[in-house]
Every structure is written in C-alpha cells, then in structure tokens.
Design a protein around this ligand. Structure first.
Ligand code: SF4
Length: 228
C-alpha cells in the first residue's frame, strides 16, 4: 500500500462520533472556479492524506467545521440553483458515507457531482475491494473524480482546477463527455469576491506570482462609516 492509499479501516485520526453528519468547513453557494460551469462548492473538515505543501492545512484536523445532516446539505446545495456540487477538502473520502448521501440527493435532482480526493485512484479501488462500502457509494454517486495527492514538485500550469500534474481526471460516467478533450484549453480561474461588508474571498487556483501580481494592484482603504 502506498502512502496515499486510503486505510481499509477508515481514516486515522478521525474522532469517534456520528458518521451520518458531514463536517463542513466552508460552503460556497456559487462559483465558476471549482469545476465545469457554475457550481456549489463544499469544503469538508478533516484530511488524513496530509500532502506536503498542502494549501489547506487548517482543514487537516477532524475537529471543527459545522456538523451538518446530509439532507440539510442537499437542501442548501439545491437552493443555490447551480449546475452541480463540487466536494473538496479536507478529504471527501474520509467522510464518504455521509457525502455519498449528499451526492445521491444532489444527483437525484438532476445535478452533477465532482469530487476531489488526495487518495489515488488505485488506493480507492483497493479500499473498495477490501470492503469499504462507503468509498464505493461515494464513487458511485460521483460523475467526475479528480484523484491523487497534491505534489508541490509537480505544479500543473496547464489544466484547470488541479494543483499538480500527477492528479488524474476520471470520468465515472458520460455526464461530461467532452471534458477531457477540452481540458487543456480550459483556463484556470481565480475568482475574487467582495461581499457587501467588504470581506474578500478568493477561490480557485493561481501560482503565487500571479496572486502577488493581482494583489499588487489592489488598493486597500479603511471602510467608510455607513450613512444614516
Ligand atoms: S488531500 Fe487535499 S486537503 Fe488533504 S493534504 Fe492533500 S491537498 Fe491538502
């Protein structure tokens, strides 16, 4: 078993507790930076993979996040009215049972599901062969899988949404028939959202130089008091 294979017993470090709840670290109702089309993105809390150079180490711990019932999460995703759901982490397959329920509910409504994982495709296959039904169920409810750990020495400047060249796009059905052929022509997006309170959120992927260049042109001013 390689370092990035999912454990047959489940992720090491996950605290005992109700497995039917999803630990949600972040919910983004709509984005065009986390998969094909406009999608709702859910980052889950907890990751046993722990890639060196990970951009989200705050999501490694299985403590924290908001424990959310799958049915509630499905309602939130469908209310967002986007084309589909993208699951990111954290590590979705470390909460595979609950997320399979979420994915099933989203797909029953005709929306698509894209799942990112730091586990390799082979590691997931071996887990399924070893009897991990939760892993099998989440795979069965995923249309587009992006598999493999982030490798800081293999940064990918050409494909959208992924961090490194070893990460593999896997079409698990015919929901995105043209995706692989058009992948290298699909631009990576960096999405900057400023909400009415002035909070800035950045989604998507960019190399640090590009991010520095972008932020160099941003003038930060103190907020003006509201008129009243
Ligand atoms: S799988 Fe994702 S969240 Fe987990 S360590 Fe790797 S890059 Fe970070």
């Amino acid at each position: 078993m390689d370092a990035y294979s999912i454990s047959e017993a489940g992720p090491v470090g996950r605290p005992a507790g109700p497995t039917e709840l999803v630990r949600v670290a972040r919910f983004l109702p709509a984005t065009r930076a986390e998969g094909p089309g406009e999608r709702t993105a859910v980052w889950v809390q907890g990751c046993a993979v722990r890639c060196p150079g990970c951009f989200n180490p705050q999501l490694w711990t299985f403590r924290g996040g908001t424990a959310t019932a799958p049915a509630d999460l499905v309602r939130q995703v469908l209310a967002a009215g986007t084309e589909g759901l993208t699951l990111l982490g954290g590590e979705p397959f470390d909460q595979a049972a609950a997320l399979a329920e979420v994915a099933a509910g989203v797909r029953r409504a005709g929306r698509s599901v894209m799942t990112f994982t730091g586990y390799t495709r082979d590691g997931l296959r071996r887990a399924v062969e070893a009897g991990r039904n939760d892993v099998a169920r989440l795979l069965a409810e995923t249309d587009l899988l992006v598999a493999g750990p982030f490798r800081a020495d293999l940064v990918d400047p050409t494909r959208p949404w992924v961090g490194s060249t070893n990460q593999e796009f896997v079409l698990l059905n015919d929901r995105f028939p043209d995706l692989l052929a058009g992948l290298h022509g699909t631009p990576d997006r960096l999405e900057v959202v400023v909400d009415p309170a002035g909070r800035v959120e950045i989604n998507g992927w960019a190399e640090l130089d590009a991010l520095d260049e972008l932020l160099a042109g941003v003038e930060l001013r103190p907020a003006r008091p509201e008129r009243g």
